[in-house]
Design a protein around this ligand. Structure first.
Ligand SMILES: NC(=O)c1ccc[n+]([C@@H]2O[C@H](COP(=O)([O-])OP(=O)(O)OC[C@H]3O[C@@H](n4cnc5c(N)ncnc54)[C@H](O)[C@@H]3O)[C@@H](O)[C@H]2O)c1
Ligand SMILES: CCCCCCO
Length: 395
């Protein structure tokens, strides 16, 4: 195992910490672009509280509102123009993963002369990896993506019907202000999707990573077990602040590098889901809930021991040995049943999606991200035919 790890994001965690937003932002800038999503932050009064804290710290506030779920390239361009026109020197992302991701792309687009889409991996040989971005203060209002403490962002290009990621060290937020009180208003369905997203981040590295990662395995299992315990509590009672806090920290850990460091695995389920979301604009984690179990059943046949370990350690199921495929599949069934129990779809038919574009999803996914041999990176690497088979099993 070899790796280099450096996550510069300063984390402030706790109920009521929003009051420190101005204090935490001031060292990074005086003219803040506050980026928000669909309006929940306005309806809840959070926007007013945030902008008051910023104003009290002597920070002038500008706004980029209306970031949509599956954030679009056009919104990134709009936000970058507002930031440039007003000489903004810091960005405050106040919302879910879509808002935080759009904010990261805006922060970098301000310094990019070309099309911001250059920065997104979409099959071009040399993506423009930004080296400069405005400082970003991430204030998540939804426990899901972990974008508040990582260097990635996922953007949709509505003109080319593509959705893909960018990643650069300059995209790490300077500060992640994690106040679980801000997540109390998240509806049941989005709470469930957030639980699914954070678990899927962990299963990607757990099942696609290199061998011999015992500590990362147990870290991953701990995140999953925390989500299995506190996720249903937060879904059943949105006012359960303790449950909200536990799944928020689990979501942050799931993709801040601590769990997956040194595993060097692909993210096949995410890559396939991005393509489906590009065509259907579905909620990202709804797509994950549908694709992940089907992908697991495909991958278990190639690497049963990992799935046996998952069945044993996460669900306490018995197994005849590391190659006990029946036990591996039983663990996957239990995971799928959990997703159903919290209200996630597990088949495309539940979203009205049929097989008409399955070959297109497979072709686009492998075009956007591949291993140079025409396969989607993962364990095992997936051909277009493999992707078609997995998606067909999830119809
Ligand atoms: N950068 C990353 O590491 C990463 C990881 C996973 C997913 N993603 C991307 O993140 C996006 C999904 O982000 P998300 O799952 O956080 O959802 P989201 O940001 O798209 O928000 C989902 C919905 O919940 C609403 N919402 C947010 N906070 C709320 C609150 N406190 N109360 C009520 N409603 C609230 C939003 O307005 C929106 O309508 C996708 O584009 C996905 O591809 C990024
Ligand atoms: C390569 C990592 C991509 C992670 C995307 C999260 O939605």
């Amino acid at each position: 195992m070899q790796f280099e790890y450096d996550n510069p994001t300063r984390v402030i965690f706790g109920a009521g910490t929003l009051a420190r937003l101005g204090e935490l932002t001031r060292p990074h800038g005086q003219r803040a672009l506050v980026v928000t999503g669909g309006g929940s932050v306005k309806r809840s009064g959070l926007f007013e509280r945030a902008t008051k804290s910023l104003g009290d710290a002597g920070i002038t506030v500008f706004e980029c509102a209306g970031i949509e779920p599956n954030p679009r390239l056009s919104s990134v361009k709009r936000g970058a123009a507002i930031a440039r026109d007003n000489g903004c020197d810091v960005i405050v992302a106040l919302g879910g993963g879509s808002t935080m991701d759009a904010s990261k792309a805006i922060a970098a687009a301000v310094f990019h002369d070309g099309d911001p889409w250059d920065m997104i991996y979409h099959g071009q040989p040399h993506p423009h990896v930004p080296t400069r971005a405005l400082p970003l203060i991430a204030v998540p209002t939804l426990a899901a993506t972990g974008s508040e403490m990582n260097s990635g962002a996922v953007i949709s290009n509505e003109e080319t019907t593509e959705k893909s990621f960018m990643r650069a060290d300059c995209l790490y937020p300077r500060v992640a202000l994690l106040d679980p009180e801000l997540t109390l208003g998240v509806p049941r369905d989005q709470t469930a999707y957030g639980v699914c997203d954070l678990i899927t981040h962990v299963t990607e590295s757990y099942f696609n990573g290199v061998d011999d990662t015992p500590l990362q395995d147990r870290f991953a299992e701990g995140v999953i077990l925390t989500a299995l315990e506190y996720g249903p509590r937060a879904i059943a009672n949105g006012a359960d602040l303790e449950a909200r806090a536990q799944i928020q920290w689990a979501a942050t850990l799931a993709l801040n590098g601590w769990v997956n460091v040194g595993t060097n695995g692909g993210y096949p389920v995410h890559m396939i889901e991005h393509t489906v979301s590009a065509y259907h604009d579905i909620t990202h984690a709804a797509g994950l809930a549908i694709i992940n179990p089907a992908w697991m059943r495909f991958a278990a046949r190639h690497r049963p021991a990992r799935f046996v370990q998952f069945a044993q350690r996460v669900f306490g199921l018995p197994a005849q040995g590391p190659d006990d495929l029946a036990a591996a599949l039983a663990g996957i069934d239990r995971f799928e049943a959990f997703l159903k129990s919290i209200g996630c779809p597990t088949r495309f038919s539940e979203l009205g999606i049929g097989d008409a574009l399955i070959e297109t999803y497979a072709r686009d996914t492998v075009r956007i991200i591949n291993d140079g041999k025409g396969n989607l990176p993962g364990r095992p690497p997936m051909s277009e035919a493999d992707i078609v088979a997995v998606l067909t099993a999830a119809l």
